[in-house]
Design a binder for this molecule. Sequence first.
Ligand code: ADP
Ligand code: MG
Ligand code: MG
Length: 873
Amino acid sequence: EKFVYRFGKFSTDGNREMKHLLGGKGANLAEMSTIGIPVPPGFTISTEACKKTIDNRMEWPENLIDQVREGVKHIETEMGLKLGNEEDPLLISVRSGAAVSMPGMMDTILNLGINDEVVEAIIRKTGNERFAYDSYRRFIDMFGDVVMGVTHDHFEEAIEKLKKEVGVKEDLELTASHLRELTDRYKAIYRKITGHMFPDDPMEQLRFAINAVFNSWNSARAIKYRQISNIHGLIGTAVNVQAMVFGNMGEKSGTGVCFTRNPATGESKLYGEFLLNAQGEDVVAGIRTPNPIAELEERNPEIYKELVSYTGSLESHYKNMQDIEFTIQDGNLFILQTRNGKRTGAAAVKIAVDLVEEKILSKDEAIRDLVDPEHIEQLLHPQFKDGEQAENTILGSGLPASPGAAVGKVVFDSKKAEEAGKDNEPVILVRIETSPEDVGGMSSAEGILTSRGGMTSHAAVVARGWGKPCVAGCSDIVINYKTRSFTNGEVTVKEGDWISLNGNTGKVILGKKELSKPEFSEEYQTFMDWVTDIELMKVRTNAETPEDAQVARSYGAKGIGLARTEHMFFKPGRVNFMRKMIIAESKEERVAALSNLLPFQKQDFAEIFEAMEGLPVTIRLLDPPLHEFLPQEKEEIGKVAGELGVTPDKLLQKVNQLKEFNPMLGHRGCRLGITYPEITEMQTRAIIEAAIELVEQGKEVFPEIMIPLVGSVEEFVNQREVVDRVAQEILADAGVELDYKVGTMIEIPRAAILADQIAEKADFFSFGTNDLTQLTYGFSRDDAAKFLPDYIERGILKQDPFQVLDEEGVGQFVQAGTRLGRMVNSTLKVGICGEHGGDPSSVHFAYNTGLDYVSCSPFRVPVAHLASAQAVL
Ligand code: ADP
Ligand code: MG
Ligand code: MG
């Protein structure tokens, strides 16, 4: 079995399509090698080898060792160097890389292959003793940290101590003999903590390093990252073994990272950071402050030009903005990694539109590949109402690392942030810098503030990927973990104090600023026009106020898929009429109370019809159990009883009477309308009269009356008769023609599998997937929070089925209901409403099932549009 895939100038086995097997890094190293980008040669050990090794208690599959030896030979041939050789030694890096990028989650070892003899050879060859020992001590540090768990801070401590002893401030000021001394001290640390000598056989070093990378796949932080980012179904990490190129050879060497376009705004300009005389992680690690890439143009225009040409061709080749690592060795440029760059929503949309205009890709490709539904969602996030002025104090400013506005209480560690997240408490995570250990807290926080690090620091990259506001490298503040506070020299902010972050400008603001609605760029409008042009399945909205309807319409909603009438009854001035209706002792009393509600309902409907003029509006008749309208606390009962003009005892009696063991399975939905037809009558009257009002003004209305919680055709027929009778009567009286429809929600499994019977009588179906999920799984919507997190943690469920439709189970009811319904009624309109209507994967499912529309909350409408368009492509 083949586990090892070469890449290099002369022979390359892999390509960009092989991410699953070679990981993203490996697949792209292979791809770059074949399109003429200067990549140091190497080989990739497949993810399958990783899986087999882990499954087999860290024993390598047969043959792997031989294939690795062959791979090393391949590098040696291309480089004309030899691993461990005492004249022309080869040094290599060992790099992890899974199919999905997990920034900094797994481990890398540089300069592998050095030992006491090899270091002498390097000195002889390069005449650069400082470089040789710098590489050696870095190798011991990384090997110790990654392979043996001798954490980096042990070595950091030693270097700080040495710097003090010799009286220098910067690492760069250490001389060759200092670094030689440091190498000895590092080895002593290694020996003291591990109880072993530092291994000097390069093949042994390599075997250890490969195993460490395999193991890092299942490190706690990697597992957590996959959980938070919802990464499933990967078998392991690949391992890339690659010839080293050295950015630490002097002032004509260096290393850097860059994006082909600005990942925060999308601006079309090379964007990134570099350091001269530095290696690998120095740029991201925040040890030295890197220089903006524009300075490379001044310092070394030729290299800069070369870089621009490679990054440009990578962008056109991948048809996507690229995130690129490069190293300059003594004036020669090498590319070490490329991948599609993580970006903010605003950047995603701008880059998509720009690349289409630059003719690098088609509109379809832009919609399919360059913008995720999550990006669109990000754009709908709030901004600060009044910019940065007002009474609030600006504490300082840092880099606008990830846009958006965030408001929360300061916490200084990730654990606290996670705890606050569990209590839904908004917090801002404030750290000197973040590390992969912090991802849990970063994900819970509203925003992230660091005092150190650049635009490509861990905090910045991860925050952008998740669409979380982040201000990075705010050097105006000094953080003190011990006193749990930070200060800008004037103001001291303690843990628990409120601050606000503006990720668009990098400003850190004292206090709790007000948020307001987002604004949209021109590119956004262009992009969404393209999207709505190609979508086939419509997007409607769930709305019961004219304001919401208006917002949704401005986002392109093609009607209302669910207006919940009960929400209208909760408004002040109305709820007591509702209560009167509920406590009525006779039909007459009930009818009288209902007639007081009629004008309100009618007006609500008229306003909604108006907002949605020309588009269908689905109105669901009263659905929740009646006790929800009554007060439950003793004091409240007393007060309300007074308002209703009954004794508290009587009201209490009614409250008790309405108590149910299982309200969700109790007297609700069409069961209410069946026992109290006068409710259905009143609501029908309100709908039809409102519609007539608009028709008489010459406006187009398409009411769709929806009967909830139907389980049998008899229930539906019962209610439809009431609706039709009242509607016909009113229409006849008014002499108006109106195209109204009567349909039902399919949310009880029984209705889904007997949908053919119901469809004979109904004009439309709308899958109420919230209740359908509840009833299919038997999970109470209101109690599931007690156990669902455990289910997800243990992998019993991949996602919360109330957020992402369970296609496998619940989905079968949706498919069956649609198929059976259409079988007997070919004009049956079918849609989905509920939380799932706005979830991208559920939208795909709805499209594949052949539904006519999905309906979701107004702010998810653009997200659903994109998902619906992507489903077509
Ligand atoms: P990560 O996935 O955390 O970015 P990488 O494997 O990309 O880890 O490597 C970490 C750093 O080491 C990067 O800056 C990379 O450019 C550098 N690096 C990796 N391999 C080599 C190499 N062969 N020569 C020089 N630098 C390297
Ligand atoms: Mg990298
Ligand atoms: Mg329901």
